[in-house]
Design a protein around this ligand. Sequence first.
Ligand code: ATP
Length: 403
Amino acid sequence: MNALNKKTVDDINVKGQKVLVRCDFNVPLKNGVITDENRINAALPTIKKLIADGGKVILCSHLGKPKGEPKPELSLAPVAKALSEKLGKEVVFAADDNVVGENAKAAVEKMQDGDVVLLQNTRYRAEETKNGEAFSAELGSLADIFVNDAFGTAHRAHCSTVGVVSHVKEAVAGYLIGKELKYLGNAVETPVRPFVCILGGAKVDSKLPVIENLLTKADTLIIGGGMAYTFLAAKGYGVGTSLIDESKIDYCRDMMAKAEEKGVKILLPIDCTITKNFPDPIDAEIEIEVVDADKIPADYMSLDIGTKTAELYATEVKNAKTVVWNGPMGVFENPILAKGTIAVAKSLAETDAVTVIGGGDSAAAVNILGFGDKMTHISTGGGASLEFLEGKELPGIAALNDK
Ligand code: ATP
C-alpha cells in the first residue's frame, strides 16, 4: 500500500469548494493546555495549501476517548485557538455537541474562500467509531471534497475516516499521510542495515503482533517498556506485578525461537527499575531499586529498564544504520522512571543512522526531552505506524480515490 497510488491534494482543484479535512488533532492535554503540538504542526502543510488554493476548509478530528458523549474536557476548542495562532487567521470553532449541528451548518454556510472552520470532537458521537451511516452522511453533507490527513487514525474504519468517503464527490490524501508512508515505508522496506527496531509502551496486546512481521525485516529487535515482561515471563522469570499479557506468553516463546532460526537478535532487559506501587499521581516521588531481570520480587513491578539494559540498548543503537522506535522504555511521565527512555532517546539523537519514531507517547517523550529535531522523522501515528509495520492495509487510506 502506498499513498502515491491514491489521489492527493495536488490532484484536485478546491477553489470555491467545501473541503472536509480529517486531521489528527488528538493532542496530549494537561488541565486544558496542549502539552505537545507536534500533531497540529504536522497538519499545517495540507491546511495551508487548501487555504492558498481558495478552498473552504472544514477541519475535523477526534480527541481522546469521550465514548460517544460530549465531555467538555475533550473539546477541540484549545486546538482551534492554537491553530488560529499558527495560521495567523481566525479558525472558527463550531461548538456543537452533536458535531454536525446548527453551529456547524451556520458556520459552513457563512464561509468565504480560504476560511477555516473546526468541528467539535467527532467522538462526541457514538456512531463515529462504529462507522455509522447517519453520521457519515451528516459529515459528507457539509462538503464537496474529503481530504484524509489523519495518519494517526488511518488504521481505524470510522465515519470521519472511511464512512464519509461515499458521501462526497472526491476523497484524497493529504501531505502528512504521504510523508508518513514515505518515511515508514522506506525504513521498513529498504532499510540501510543493520536495522534495529525498538518496541516499548503499554499496549502489550496490540503491540506484540507486530513482532512477527518485524522478524522478517529487522536485524535486531529491542524490547522495553510494558512489552518486556511477557517476554521475561516466557523465559521463565518471575515478573512480580509488572504489566503482562498471560495469553501471549506462548507467542513470545515462539517469537524467540523464530528469531533464533532467522538469526535476528532479540534484546530483553537484563536489569529492571522496580517499585512496590504504581506512582499516583503519575509523577509522584517514589522509591526505586534496580535489580537483575530474573530477580523481580513477587510484590514489585518493573516500571523502567535498568542501567545496564540502557547501556546495552544504547550500544546496539550506536551500531545501527536504521532505527525505528515505537513506545517508551518505562513510565517516562515520572522523572524517576524516565531514565531508560532518556538513554535510548539520547542514543538515537547522537547517531547518524536514519531514525524514525512511531507512537504518540514515544514522540511526546522525544519532544519533551528536547531531541525532536535530531530525528529523521517523528510519526504522528502510534497504532497506525504499528499496523503499517505489521504489514496491514490501513482502511483510512484504502478508502481514498485511486490515481
Ligand atoms: P500511542 O500508541 O498512544 O501512539 P506509544 O505507542 O508511544 O503511544 P503506548 O503503548 O501508548 O505508547 O505506551 C505508552 C505508555 O506506556 C506510557 O504512558 C508509559 O507510562 C507506559 N509504560 C511504559 N513502560 C511501562 C511499564 N513497564 N509498565 C507500565 N506502563 C508502562
